[in-house]
Design a protein. Structure first.
Ligand code: FES
Length: 80
């Protein structure tokens, strides 16, 4: 057995844990204000920041039914 093999065994849990899939640009995050993943990516790239306040300030995200904000844990980590 070589050293590389053993290092892979040490990382087996990491290697078997699926990484979060990134969402396509077309996926709508906020249906009330038609804000897509691509909109958020573009704005955050231009502004150099990704946080809820930046997104809310630029897109009124969450000012409608708020379901997009309530589900933030299911999409925020899939943006970048
Ligand atoms: S889905 Fe974002 S406010 Fe309704």
């Amino acid at each position: 057995m070589d050293k590389e093999f053993f290092s892979q065994i040490d990382r087996v849990e990491e290697l078997l844990t699926p990484q979060a899939e990134k969402l396509d640009d077309e996926v709508l995050i906020c249906e009330c204000f038609c804000v897509s993943v691509g909109d958020i990516r573009e704005a955050c790239k231009e502004l150099g920041a990704f946080d809820l306040k930046t997104v809310q300030d630029n897109f009124s995200l969450g000012l409608g039914c708020q379901s997009c904000i309530k589900q933030i844990d299911s999409w925020a980590h899939k943006i970048f």
